[in-house]
Design a protein around this ligand. Structure first.
Ligand code: PLP
Length: 367
């Protein structure tokens, strides 16, 4: 978490705000703080709370819940198939599996070897009836940016509602909810140096989702449960941090990533996964053919480098990455691939140090 985010949250916690759903003055004071944070979260992605009817920002426990609320919430109100891509995050794939278990047809869009979803295949799979389509903005393992604008046009042509998991793109790309022209969009705070435990589902004006849970009337009954003002304030502060970071500082991340990749390719024969497509600047996926990724992860951990071998939600599993398999990559690439991420405050020296360590660990494992 960024220090400015922690400060904003501490300041909020010190005020000992009351329950924002309470009618008394202290409750109303908390409500005003919460709604101003919600407004800032909406504003950061150009969701319009001022329209009649307005776009809506539902605060959730994170992106997993927001993805489920979107898919299951829309599927409950519309008949038809669920369309997802083969490279979605486990929270979307898992939700589609749950819907399949309850008898829904699930259609899976292929991706190409660059890790980009196949729009021609999407078009075929949009044959009505379709309840909801869910496609990610950028992949969490490769960083590859997906053609959501074009997908949205295809979905509009068949009146299929489109949900976008934008977790990996917010902050790193200029994401404009209105311009993206999707019906629903998920993002969370902890990918932005914000707090763990809060996410948002943004719904375009007029789009309805059925609640996953019944409870109190918070968030118009669509996502009942007491809202955390401090988490919402932290979420807004994290978005503000990225908004206030000059574009050239964000571009610096891509320069550092390219430097790290080039060094690993030259000195450790690494293959860059997804390098042929446009990517978000902070993620890199590199494969070391002939090396077992789990062994590499452990050896790098000992050397002080934190990496992952797929989605963090799937770490600990020795299964190969479904994303890399969907890209049709050769077995030695899939077996030897790790993912590294850079943060806003990652320095050039840290990247050089990481490169040296990785090259040396890879050389040792190859011996
Ligand atoms: N979607 C994507 C693309 C992600 O990268 C993640 C987190 O890793 C999630 C969803 C799940 O987010 P959360 O941990 O907030 O539930």
């Amino acid at each position: 978490m960024a220090p400015s985010v922690a400060e904003a949250m501490m300041d909020c916690l010190r005020q000992r705000l009351a329950n924002p759903a309470s009618s008394h003055r202290l409750g109303q004071q908390a409500r005003r703080r919460l709604e101003s944070a919600r407004q800032a979260i909406a504003g950061a992605v150009n969701a319009r709370l001022d329209l009649h009817p307005p776009d809506r920002v539902l605060l959730t426990s994170g992106a997993t819940e927001a993805n489920h609320l979107a898919l299951r919430g829309m599927a409950a109100l519309r008949p038809g198939a669920i369309v997802v891509s083969s490279i979605e995050h486990p929270s979307v794939r898992g939700c589609a599996d749950q819907l399949a278990e309850s008898g829904r047809e699930v259609r899976v869009v292929r991706c190409d070897s660059r890790g980009v979803i196949d729009l021609g295949h999407l078009e075929e799979l949009l044959a009505p009836p379709v309840a909801v389509v869910s496609l990610m903005l950028a992949n969490n393992e490769t960083g590859v940016v997906q053609p959501i604008g074009q997908a949205a046009r295809l979905c509009r042509a068949t009146s299929a509602p489109l949900h976008c998991d934008a977790v990996q793109g917010i902050g790193k790309l200029d994401v404009d909810f209105r311009q993206l022209d999707v019906d629903a969009m998920t993002f969370n705070a902890h990918k932005l140096h914000g707090p763990v435990g809060i996410g948002a589902l943004v719904l375009r004006a007029g789009v309805q989702v059925a609640p996953l849970m019944r409870g109190g009337g918070q968030q118009l009954g669509t996502r009942p449960g007491t809202e955390s003002v401090a988490l919402a304030v932290g979420f807004a502060a994290a978005l503000e941090l990225w908004q206030q970071t000059p574009a050239d500082h964000r571009r610096r991340l891509a320069v550092l990533r390219d430097e790290l990749e080039a060094c690993l390719a030259t000195d450790a024969d690494a293959v860059v996964v997804g390098g042929a497509a446009a990517r978000v600047p902070h993620t890199l996926n590199v494969a070391f053919p002939g090396i077992n990724r789990q062994e590499l992860l452990l050896a790098l951990d000992v050397a002080g480098i934190a990496c992952s071998t797929g989605s963090a939600c799937a770490s600990g599993s020795s299964e190969p990455s479904p994303v890399l398999l969907a890209m049709g990559l050769a077995e030695p690439i899939v077996e030897g691939a790790i993912r590294l991420s850079l943060g806003l405050d990652t320095t050039e020296e840290e990247v050089r140090q990481a490169a040296r360590q990785i090259v040396s660990v890879v050389a040792r494992l190859r011996r």
